[in-house]
Design a binder for this molecule. Structure first.
Ligand code: ADP
Ligand code: NI
Length: 212
């Protein structure tokens, strides 16, 4: 497998992204997934790296036509000479990895998928997570904060894409990710990043109250 070809394809597919799911996000996820895999000492490297690079390119928040994106990806995987069994593993992972698709029922991913899911979720928290949340909020037209919006307790897939404030997104999702990590190595990294987000929120509300 020629990873440079995969990188080039993904870069082209995500070139117009302005939701925080650009090539740099995908590359951070691939690097983190590789690090987690080495620490755990398990998982198929090729499946992990390919799933990490490809995890956002058939997602409806990034591409308009998901069926078309899937067909193109199947063609590409064949062209890159990825064996059929591995193609199936990759599809199984990238079709079930997202937070919103696991709200109703948790899908059991193979270890390679668990690693990529942890890496993706680590990129949603900490300093980078804060930056991405506000970037996405701007794209979606969501306010920074407004206490007329309530924090929803048990999110459904529909709720998830409905309007709310970026600050509420921390309470509805981002602060919960630490306990949802599949692997202990990711949980440890998540702990530090979650602590940092809590400090940020404390500071945010201190400043907010001065204006009340
Ligand atoms: P997943 O791919 O796991 O379903 P998303 O793609 O929906 O997750 O979210 C990825 C990142 O986009 C989040 O971690 C966050 O940074 C940002 N994001 C998604 N929804 C919102 C939202 N309502 N408000 C702020 N940021 C959001
Ligand atoms: Ni992602």
């Amino acid at each position: 497998m020629e990873i440079k070809l995969v990188e080039k394809f993904v870069k082209e597919e995500l070139i117009n992204d302005c939701t925080g799911h650009d090539f740099m996000h995908v590359q951070r996820v691939a690097n983190m997934a590789f690090k987690l895999k080495n620490q755990l000492g398990t998982g198929d490297s090729e499946v992990i790296i390919l799933s990490a690079y490809l995890h956002d390119i058939i997602d409806d928040k990034v591409v308009k036509n998901t069926e078309k994106a899937k067909k193109l990806l199947i063609k590409k995987l064949k062209f890159w000479n990825i064996p059929t069994a591995k193609q199936d593993q990759i599809f199984d992972i990238i079709e079930h990895i997202s937070f919103s698709k696991n709200l109703k029922e948790k899908y059991t991913l193979p270890i390679e998928g668990q690693i990529v899911q942890d890496a993706d979720r680590l990129d949603a928290i900490g300093a980078i997570g804060i930056a991405r949340a506000f970037y996405y909020g701007g794209y979606a037209g969501n306010p920074i904060y407004d206490d007329n919006f309530i924090i929803r307790k048990n999110l459904t897939e529909d709720d998830y894409r409905n309007k709310n404030t970026v600050i509420n997104h921390f309470y509805e999702k981002l602060l919960k990710l630490e306990s949802l990590m599949n692997t202990d190595v990711a949980k440890l990294i998540a702990r530090r990043r979650t602590f940092f987000m809590k400090q940020f929120l404390d500071e945010f509300f201190k400043e907010w109250k001065v204006n009340e």
